[in-house]
Design a protein around this ligand. Structure first.
Ligand code: TEU
Ligand code: CA
Length: 576
């Protein structure tokens, strides 16, 4: 069934602009969104019960993290049947009902496409692993041992090597992630056509596009050469040999021809690309190349990673952050398109990570939202971000569920004693993905209204204060602030097409920029610090008489000479 929905064409869109340039995407991590049947696990009927929340927020697209059949080794990013909905999330009919419900509200559904790898419980891998001469052997990446060990020195994102020995055949298979997530061999045209067939099947069911998981990894260097082993590491970072490899653009352009080109529905694609640079992103998102509409890069969410990586973070430098954003705004100004995000299911919560979730919770949540949402690109709101949900106060390794964190803890504490274990735990608590995966906080009821049963992961105790019900009215409501920002994107053309110019690039507290087109100029200035910040007098003079205060999170102030901690102001001037 294809219910072709005309994309909601917002007033901010210019004629000829693609609809997703004025869209805002909301990511649902189904396991933690809403549980309808009391088994403690979020599900599709639970999402359907909360469509009003999404519609009230004003979002245009839901990006749904995987709901396919899976053994959940990596919470669904290990798919065992692309054509089935995992029973823990519901049925195909539930998914059809979600599509209808979203479309009826003028919203679209983008599914998570995980095709760099499958689960080791997928029928394809079971056949491939059954014998060396099985017709599907070459659907995955098998290699003979090298000197009796792994074929190369790459390390997995989830600790250990990226190779696991299959005793039956005496060969190793490649898995960039867990040993239960074997990488598909995209060199094999049969693999590619099976994937395109599956994608077409979902689009024919009314899905409106895909978020493509680690899609830049699908073309590996044919020799799978050793990488450089960093000081103190057991394995090499092989990303130079599997990130944006030799045929990745061929594959994406072939995918476009085989799946998207012939369709008149208005679809959206976004690729997750850990290795992306602005130069690469221009190639992937240049509309004349027919690859992807946009990509997620990881530059800004790596700025607080210390030398030991994400679990040994260092303080963020605001100057580095805003100059990173400015570079991406500049590099994709004339070609391609940016995605804009702080959060997703892999990142700790931004109000705790880059803001101040204690003294300035509301101010920093709204300031960070504003500086992100008024840049040029498509913003992504991760479930709970619109409520100012914070990191979880983890206190024991038993509270964690994420394979990445659990494997890291086991590997990092094998040598040291209790003190070291406490330090490792603190690093995981700050940077771990489970911070994003605690249940959505709907109300102050038990389990935050997420489930009537035992939640699969602990609920954040601050749900008593931070929850959707408490933010229904406008007073210090992060939800209301996000709704206002989304409305600005839908109504102000300058937010879509205005040129971005960073101001005060070296200022250690202020994140300030303008957006200008032929008839409007916006000024966004945020004090991203816990201290007051004097405003540049020239800026106050230049903008003091701006027509409209579009937003101020501490009161109806124009440009004061002294910005309060985490104060953000948006001014608008008609210039044409
Ligand atoms: O993420 C890719 C990825 O590398 C992230 O897991 C993240 O960068 C990681 O924490 C390393 O620091 C995608 C999915 O978003 C993630 O949830 C999956 O675990 C992963 O791919 C494998 O499918
Ligand atoms: Ca459930």
């Amino acid at each position: 069934m294809t219910t072709l929905q005309p994309a909601t064409r917002h007033a901010s869109l210019r004629a000829g602009d693609e609809w997703w340039k004025a869209a805002v995407v909301y990511q649902v991590y189904p396991r933690s969104f809403a549980d309808s049947n009391g088994d403690g696990i979020g599900d599709i009927p639970g999402i359907i019960e909360h469509l009003d929340h999404l519609e009230d927020l004003g979002i245009d697209v839901v990006w749904l993290s995987p709901v396919y059949a899976s053994p959940h080794d990596d919470n669904g990013y290990d798919i065992s049947d692309y054509y089935a909905v995992d029973p823990s999330f519901g049925t195909l009919e539930d998914l059809d009902e979600l599509i209808v419900g979203l479309h009826a509200r003028g919203m679209k559904l983008v599914m998570d496409l995980v095709v760099n790898h499958t689960s080791d419980e997928h029928g394809w891998f079971r056949q491939s692993a059954s014998s060396r001469d099985n017709p599907k052997r070459d659907w995955y990446i098998w290699r003979d041992p090298r000197d009796g060990a792994e074929p190369n020195n790459w390390g997995s994102f989830f600790s250990g090597p990226t190779w696991t020995l299959d005793e039956t055949s005496g060969q190793y298979y490649l898995h960039l992630f867990s040993s239960k997530q074997p990488d598909l061999n995209w060199e094999n045209p049969d693999v590619r056509s099976a994937i395109y067939q599956m994608m077409n099947w979902w689009l024919d069911r009314g899905v409106d596009g895909f978020r493509m998981d680690v899609i830049s990894f699908i073309s590996k260097h044919p020799d799978l050469p050793d990488g450089r082993v960093n000081e103190g590491a057991s394995y090499a970072d092989g990303i130079d040999f599997y990130g944006s490899g030799p045929r990745v653009h061929d594959y994406l352009q072939e995918m476009h021809r085989e799946v998207f080109a012939g369709r008149d529905a208005e679809l959206m694609t976004v690729g997750e690309m850990i290795d992306a640079t602005p130069e690469k992103a221009r190639l992937y998102t240049d509309s004349t190349r027919h690859e992807l509409n946009m990509i997620f890069h990881f530059e800004h969410v790596g700025l607080d990673h210390g030398p030991g990586g994400k679990f040994a973070p260092k303080p963020l430098q605001l100057v580095e952050l805003k100059q990173s954003f400015a570079r991406w705004q500049r590099e994709l100004a004339d070609v391609g398109w940016n995605s804009l995000y702080w959060n997703n299911h892999d990142q700790p919560r931004v109000v705790s990570r880059f803001g101040n979730d204690t003294d300035y919770w509301y101010e920093s949540a709204t300031a960070l939202a504003t500086v992100l949402h008024l840049m040029r690109g498509t913003p992504y709101v991760y479930q709970g971000e619109e409520l100012g949900m914070t990191n979880m106060p983890f206190s024991s390794i038993d509270q964690f569920r994420d394979i990445e964190s659990l494997n890291y803890y086991r590997e990092a504490t094998v040598a040291g004693g209790r003190a070291q274990a406490a330090e490792v735990l603190a690093g995981i608590a700050r940077g771990g993905r489970d911070n994003a995966r605690t249940p959505m906080q709907w109300s102050s009821d038990p389990n935050a209204g997420f489930t009537a049963g035992e939640p699969w992961i602990p609920v954040n105790p601050n749900h008593a204060d931070i929850n959707a019900a408490a933010q229904r009215d406008g007073n210090r409501s992060v939800f209301a602030w996000y709704r206002g920002l989304i409305n600005l994107r839908h109504t102000e053309p300058v937010v879509i097409d205005g040129a971005f110019d960073l101001l005060l690039p070296e200022h250690p507290q202020l994140f300030a920029y303008t957006r200008t087109n032929e008839d409007t100029a916006l000024l966004v200035v945020a004090n991203c610090s816990n201290d007051s910040a004097p405003l540049d007098a020239a800026l106050v003079t230049a903008w003091g008489s701006a027509e409209t205060i579009l937003a101020n999170n501490v009161g109806d102030r124009r440009l004061p000479l002294l910005m309060l901690p985490w104060e953000v102001i948006v001014l608008k001037r008609i210039t044409g």
